[in-house]
Every structure is written in structure tokens, then in C-alpha cells.
Design a protein around this ligand. Structure first.
Ligand code: EPU
Length: 428
């Protein structure tokens, strides 16, 4: 398994880093191609393992997919088999995003239940509840969701769905289902993430009628044509990748980095907390400038659905706080097991006390280099960030997690002055 080896450098991070397309926008958009038989063209798609996994799933479903990142072409291919097998779904939970489009388009779908993952149980009850409200019959059988449209595979019907909690992929699944349903669907308590808004834009480009994407109430009128039109679209920049480089830039005093192609408006909660910690954050057109001119102060953070502080930035921010003056209290409210980075950061000398869903961090003056590993994507990113300031070499192992979500991370960090290399086949 590959590892990232990061050597200590007292030099602050400087220069520019260009942000890739958003993984969590590209995944639902790829699944939305199932709603059309025409040839769709996606641009600014990141070169990531999760994109390859989704392409493999779409091919299994009978689509003709050509990935030539940053471009992806999807065409109809052979006849669709509306079935997503465990072998593919277990590699990536977001595979559940084919459920809505498949049952809306083909009247039935058999999709493996994703199961738990490193950060929590992550149920899909809200996705299923919404589909049932639209007339679907759902059966859970041998680890699979068997979904069937009304009257043995008919067209879904518009419905009013109130989510118990805002769910990103749940909202996206129902948006895609509603785009082909008969009549009007109202979704209440929707996730408001920019990636949800982006899917709304795509569905509208495809000829659907989606209003309110990016707010907590959405109205969708399904088309009577049976399918949507193909599209050509450039994916929005990845706000979490941008946030990760913002935090990395702030790790060493004197850091001055331009994060290129990122929208500060999508990262306000992170920017506010970084400013409170003493970091200068400014918007320069479609770029974000991060400057650290003085010491870091500890600040408290509680994760929340967008526009709150993103759970996907919690691990990286905790690494930053481990070097800040004073205490910071970090509370995770979205996933129940998202502190897997803490024991590894503790091995590097961070002072963190875990109490349930809260981490109390006391800033230290130095972190020590060590061999570390993490079991999820963002936790791995936090270990890389900690490695930037560690006093000796840090080896972050099992970086296949990083490769799921960060395009060419070692190249991008190297461009900012970090001494980092990928070691092929390092010890697992
Ligand atoms: N939840 C339920 N029932 C459901 C759906 C969700 O109880 O039917 C709960 C979850 O267990 C969690 C909360 O609702 O406690 C929110 O989960 P959500 O459904 O919003 O998460 P997701 O859609 O599975 C997406 C991102 C994640 C990101 C979360 C939260 C994609 C492909 N994934 O997951 O991204 O952490 O939203 O913002 O969009 C990552 O990129 O590293 C990542 C994990």
C-alpha cells in the first residue's frame, strides 16, 4: 500500500494551489446521467478513485463511460440492468445515489445497502422513506434494497417529503427521482450544501423543473417525457479540498498561499473560525488568499449541516488547533465516529481529550514525526497537515483513502514548498 512521506521543513507554505472539481458534486451528477439516454459531457472532473468507482458502476448498469479526467463522457451503451451489486457499493457509499434515478427511470432497482463505514453507521432510511412517499414499494432482502414503482414498476408520483434530518445524498436521490415523477414534489428540510445546489442546476439544464435547490425547501415538477436531455457541464470547485489547503497554509507562521479557483462564499464558516484563530483570509476574485502572520489562538468549533462548519473539515481543523495557543473544544454533531484521527495525532504529541462527541484540544508547541494511518479520507488529510509541522519525518500510511478524495495531493503540497513524496508499496 502506498504511503506519503513528509519531511520537516521550517519554511512556511507559500505560492499557489489550484483546486480541482468537487468530488461530492461530480458523484451525483454522474448518477444523474442515468436519467437520459443521450451523450453527456462532464468537465472539471477530479482524477480520483471515487470517480473511477462510479464509472465502473455506471458501466455495470449498461452505460458507456469514458473517463479522461478532467473530462468524462457518458452515453447510453447497452440495455440498462438496474442493479448495483455489493462489490461496487461497498467501495463507496455514494453508490446509493443510483437508487433514485434507476427506480424513477426504469420502474425498479436493486441496490446493495451500503452498510456502515469508518465514520459512523450512516443509515439510508430518509432516502427510502422519501421513495416510499413517491409510491415505491421497498423491500430489504439479503443486504439489498429492492425498490419497485407503483403497480409493479410504474411511474413514481410527486409527493411531499419532510426529511427528519437534512441529508446530502438523501436530498440528491429524491431530487433525481422527482425529476421524472408524475406531478409536483416538495422536499422540506433539505440539505443546503453547494453540491446539492449544483445538482439542481444540472437537472434544470437537463430540462427538469427544480426550484429552491440550495435552500431548505425545494419544489420539483417531474417531466412527462420519460427521460431528461443530456448535458455538458463543468463541475464546481471542491470546497473541502480548498478548505484543506487553507488549513495547511496556516500551519506555519509566515504562510501565504493563494488557493486558486475556490469560492469563499462556500467556505464562510471555516473562514470565520480561521480568522478567529488569527489567520487572515481574503477573497481575491475566484481565489482565496490565506496568510498567517502571527500566533494561532484556540477556538471552539461545532460541526453542522451547511452553511454551518462542515464535518468534512473537522479533522483538518483539529490538526490546526493542536498547535494553537490555549484550548479549543471541537464538537462533532453529524457523524458519531469521526474522531479516528485523534489517537494518531496523540501519537504525534497532540494533547487531545475525547469525551463522547467532543474533543478538547490543548495546543502544544511541537508535534513529533511518526508513522501514522487513518481509516477515512478527511482523517488522513489531517495527519498530512500535522506532518507539515512535525519535527521529524511523518509517514502517513493507507493513503488509498486520500486518493479517494484529493487529486495529486503530493504534487499540490510540493508546489507550496512541502517536502513530500509518495512511497510505493510501503508497509501497511
Ligand atoms: N442520516 C440518517 N438517515 C439517512 C441519511 C443520513 O440518519 O437516511 C444521517 C447520517 O447518519 C448523518 C447525517 O444524517 O448523521 C448526515 O448525513 P448525510 O446523509 O448528509 O451524509 P451523506 O450524504 O452520506 C455527504 C458527503 C459526505 C459528508 C456528508 C455530510 C457525499 C458523496 N458525501 O454524505 O462526504 O461528510 O454529506 O456533509 O456527498 C467526504 O467527502 O469525506 C464525505 C464523507
Amino acid at each position: 500500500m502506498d504511503a506519503l512521506r513528509i519531511r520537516p521543513s521550517s519554511k512556511p507554505l507559500t505560492g499557489k494551489v489550484r483546486i480541482s472539481g468537487a468530488k461530492n458534486a461530480a458523484l451525483p451528477i454522474l448518477c444523474a446521467t442515468l436519467l437520459s439516454d443521450g451523450a453527456s459531457h462532464l468537465r472539471n472532473v477530479p482524477r480520483l478513485r471515487d470517480i473511477e468507482t462510479t464509472a465502473a458502476l455506471l458501466r455495470f448498469l449498461g452505460r458507456d463511460v469514458r473517463v479522461d479526467a478532467p473530462e468524462v463522457h457518458v452515453a447510453a451503451g447497452s440495455q440498462v440492468k438496474p442493479e448495483a451489486p455489493y462489490e461496487l457499493v461497498k467501495q463507496m457509499r455514494a453508490s446509493v445515489l443510483v437508487l433514485g434515478p434507476l427506480v424513477a427511470r426504469f420502474g425498479r432497482a436493486k441496490v446493495s445497502l451500503p452498510g456502515g463505514c469508518a465514520i459512523g453507521a450512516r443509515p439510508i432510511d430518509q432516502h427510502l422513506k422519501g421513495l416510499e412517499a413517491m409510491g415505491c414499494t421497498i423491500r430489504l432482502e439479503r443486504g439489498y434494497v429492492m425498490a419497485e414503482g407503483p403497480n409493479g414498476g410504474g411511474r413514481l408520483k410527486g409527493a411531499e417529503v419532510v426529511f427528519d434530518i437534512p441529508t446530502v445524498t438523501g436530498t440528491e436521490n429524491l431530487m433525481m427521482a422527482a425529476a421524472l415523477a408524475k406531478g409536483r414534489t416538495t422536499l422540506v428540510n433539505c440539505a443546503r450544501e453547494p453540491e446539492v445546489e449544483e445538482l439542481g442546476r444540472i437537472l434544470n439544464k437537463m430540462g427538469a423543473e427544480v426550484n429552491g435547490a440550495g435552500t431548505d425547501v425545494m419544489h420539483i415538477v417531474g417531466t412527462d417525457r420519460g427521460e431528461l436531455a443530456p448535458f455538458d457541464h463543468a463541475i464546481i470547485p471542491d470546497r473541502i479540498e480548498a478548505g484543506t489547503y487553507m488549513v495547511a497554509a496556516a500551519m506555519i507562521e509566515g504562510g501565504d498561499v493563494l488557493v486558486e479557483g475556490a469560492e469563499l462564499s462556500d467556505l464562510e464558516a471555516l473562514a470565520m473560525k480561521m480568522r478567529a484563530a488569527g489567520v487572515e483570509i481574503t477573497s481575491e476574485g475566484h481565489n482565496i488568499r490565506v496568510k498567517r502572520t502571527g500566533p494561532l489562538r484556540g477556538v471552539n468549533v461545532t460541526t453542522a449541516p451547511h452553511p454551518g462548519f462542515p464535518t468534512d473539515m473537522q479533522a483538518q481543523f483539529l490538526a490546526l488547533m493542536s498547535m494553537a495557543k490555549g484550548e479549543s473544544v471541537i464538537t462533532e454533531t453529524i457523524f458519531e465516529n469521526r474522531f479516528m484521527h485523534v489517537p494518531e495525532l496523540q501519537r504525534m504529541g497532540a494533547s487531545v481529550a475525547l469525551r463522547g462527541n467532543t474533543a478538547v484540544v490543548q495546543g502544544v508547541n511541537r508535534l513529533y514525526g511518526a508513522a501514522v494511518m487513518a481509516t477515512d479520507l478527511r482523517a488522513s488529510a489531517s495527519l498530512v497537515i500535522a506532518g507539515i509541522v512535525a519535527d521529524d519525518e511523518t509517514e502517513v500510511r493507507r493513503i488509498y483513502h486520500l486518493d479517494r478524495g484529493y487529486e495529486r495531493i503530493e504534487e499540490k503540497l510540493h508546489g507550496l514548498g512541502v517536502d513530500v513524496e509518495r512511497v510505493k508499496g510501503a508497509e501497511a
